[in-house]
Design a protein. Structure first.
Length: 187
């Protein structure tokens, strides 16, 4: 679903996350004065179209009356914004590994199996290595990313995140990376 969002739509949604609301005066006359003060007339039309399409598709809502109109995030927009942010999370590789593993362990009930599957998919896409069915490890610092995932999936109480330099765990991690590489998967 996110693929159909151009840069302007992404900026509007992410701006609503940061600002909470965007006044129409700023959106219509200056077309997001924060971002588009330098834009050409043709680009201002694109901004207006982006607002219109987001409102039409129920990602944002127009509130207020007459001169005090503003846009706010609709629940559907909130969900897609979180997906955009999650996909933009990247764990930075360090020049030198500190020999610590960042472990994510989770216990999510069977009633929330879709959340469990999404969590697994997100962790793998961020470069985590699966040690067991609900235990994943990464070798670089990723506290911010894991905190965002917990918030996005609304399962903070079901996810345990910690660092470890346990030699047995490091060996298990290396075995998992080797097995993954031998199957032809990227580590």
């Amino acid at each position: 679903m996110e693929k159909r969002f151009g840069n302007k739509k992404r900026l509007i949604l992410l701006g609503l996350i940061v600002l909470g609301t965007i006044p129409v005066a700023g959106a219509v006359t200056g077309v997001l004065g924060l971002w588009a003060a330098y834009e050409l007339k043709a680009d201002q039309i694109r901004w207006k179209r982006a607002f219109y399409e987001l409102e039409r598709d129920k990602f944002i809502r127009r509130r207020g009356r007459a001169s005090s109109v503003y846009f706010e995030m609709a629940p559907r927009g909130s969900a897609i914004s979180q997906q955009i942010i999650t996909r933009s999370l990247a764990i930075k590789e360090q020049y030198e590994w500190d020999q610590k593993l960042r472990i994510v362990s989770f216990d999510i009930s069977i009633e929330r199996s879709s959340t469990r599957q999404r969590l697994r998919k997100i962790l793998l896409s961020l470069g985590f290595v699966k040690l067991q069915q609900s235990i994943y490890a990464h070798k670089y610092p990723c506290t911010q990313q894991v905190n965002h995932i917990q918030k996005h999936l609304a399962c903070k109480n079901n996810i345990l995140f910690f660092e470890s330099s346990n030699p047995d765990l490091l060996t298990r991690y290396q075995q998992a990376v080797t097995a993954k590489t031998q199957v032809g998967l990227k580590t």
